[in-house]
Design a protein around this ligand. Structure first.
Ligand code: PLP
Length: 458
């Protein structure tokens, strides 16, 4: 059945309102306002914001304290030159140091995830220079990794479709397999497989040339087709050991997992090891304003504190509105016990797992905290998704809108990379303040959308 036959919402008039917006193909929903877990369109229709955009909203829309904190800062001053002593910057970095793992106590503040990753890469290079390791510049990462859209972040990402456009402009840095439960050999435990997968880092360091590798960068959980597949402790423990053995820095990309998404402040808190550098964004301000951060350990900070200049900086770095939003967000997570709520509501959310798995297209339901990924396939045995011509993603997106549901997976529609061809990942990542009733409402909409989509496509 085609999209037109399915009586889905009209497309926007791209010749009209959106004509002057560069390369923008918006979904049909024209946003009027957002409140709590819901978005409302101009006709008053209500949509459940199932994934908070691209997993960016750790707080509900319109939180009064966030609005008040940002407005209060706006009243004091919105912006001054970043080199002036700005007390809200110091205050945010102090609060951040209280919650970051280990001694990651010193932060450089930016405006988003790609900037944070780019900054982390540049810090890694300068740290190696500080150590006299002038040949070290390569960043090893996971094969299907996504770390952002700036050129450095893309060099550390490995998404074939997107990479090919910019090939001549990107670094050819090595990548390794990530931990996956799908290719774990029968009879091999998760812990054993974790060690085997991590050992690929050692091979990649040898392959790249031991003296040329600056850092290994990864998200705490799986990426690409294995998104939200959480590795065992042995994986990160072995990665840490290999990094230490070869003088390679460990960068954790916590852009998605930071600020309570997984039920702890950071994803790496689930493993008993500390990274050297950590990139953060999204949940850091719940996307109320653009913001991001990179935290480094005291050892890394020391030469910079003693005078080595960091060759970096943006006009909007450490923006006072971002700092005000970030300070308030940390306080709200504490005051409203949102880490605790995330863990409680995890049970409620994943209590729907068995019902979801009964759907003929739901191959897997995985994740941690309030990050759930549904992997949708056409065939559960082969794990294949629908052929591109079927337009199954677009159809699901349209059906979900009819059921009052906006989620992230469908937004990959036109450019979904081959890495994701195994199944269509659907992200469910509501605010950490969600209650049980809202979770049931959300899941009812997900199930209704899936059922209608299945009867249209299978
Ligand atoms: C793991 C990860 N790192 C970095 C980024 C880039 O963040 P941003 O889109 O804020 O530039 C993303 C974005 O989705 C991400 O998922």
């Amino acid at each position: 059945m085609s999209i037109a036959e399915h009586n889905l919402p009209e497309s926007l008039n791209r010749e009209g309102d959106w004509r002057h917006v560069f390369a923008y193909r918006p979904m049909e929903v024209q946003i009027e306002r957002a409140e709590g877990v819901y978005i409302y369109d101009k006709d008053g229709n209500q949509y459940f914001d199932a994934s908070g955009g691209p997993m960016a909203c750790n707080l509900p829309h319109g939180h009064p304290r966030m609005k008040a904190a940002i407005t209060a800062q706006l009243d004091r001053y919105a912006y001054t030159h970043p080199t002036l002593a700005d007390p809200i910057r110091a205050e945010f970095c102090r609060k951040l140091a209280e919650i970051t793992p280990g001694d990651l106590d010193h932060a450089h503040l930016v405006c988003g995830g790609s900037e944070a990753v780019e900054t982390a890469i540049k810090i890694a290079r300068q740290v190696q220079l500080n150590r006299g390791q002038t040949d070290r510049y390569k960043i090893i990462s996971h094969r299907d990794a996504y770390h952002g859209m700036t050129l450095g972040a893309m060099s550390a990402s490995h998404i074939p479709g997107a990479q090919s456009v910019f090939t001549p402009m990107l670094q050819k840095w090595p990548s390794i397999r990530q931990y996956s439960d799908f290719d774990r050999p029968a009879g091999t435990s998760r812990e054993e497989w974790g060690v085997t997968c991590a050992r690929e880092l050692e091979a990649a360091i040898h392959y790249a040339g031991e003296s040329t590798v600056a850092a290994f960068m990864a998200t705490p959980h799986g990426c690409g087709a294995d998104y939200a597949c959480v590795p065992p402790d042995s994986y990160w423990r072995t990665i840490r050991e290999i990094c230490d053995l070869y003088g390679v820095l460990l960068i954790a990309d916590e852009v998605v997992t930071g600020f309570g998404r997984t039920g702890k402040w950071f994803g790496m808190d689930h493993f008993s090891i500390d990274p050297d550098i950590m990139a953060m964004a999204k949940g850091i301000s719940s996307a109320y304003v653009p913001f991001g951060a990179v935290s480094v350990s005291s050892r890394i900070n020391q030469p910079f504190e003693e005078g080595v200049p960091f060759v970096h900086g943006f006009t909007n770095q450490a923006h006072p509105l971002g700092c005000a939003a970030g300070c308030e967000l940390i306080d709200i997570i504490r005051d409203e016990a949102l880490l605790e709520n995330c863990n409680t509501q995890h049970e409620r959310l994943f209590g729907h797992r068995d019902a979801l798995l009964e759907h003929p297209t739901v191959k897997d339901v995985r994740g941690w905290g309030l990050m759930m990924v549904l992997e949708l396939v056409r065939d559960k045995d082969t794990m294949e998704f629908f052929d591109r011509e079927v337009g199954a993603e677009k159809l699901l997106q349209g059906i979900a809108l009819k059921h009052g549901l906006v989620f992230y997976g469908s937004l990959y529609t036109p450019t979904r990379s081959p890495a994701l061809q195994r199944g269509l990942p659907i992200w469910v990542s509501p605010p950490l303040s969600i209650n049980g009733g809202e979770i049931d409402d959300l899941m009812a909409r997900v199930e209704a959308s899936l059922s209608e989509w299945e009867s249209a496509t299978l």
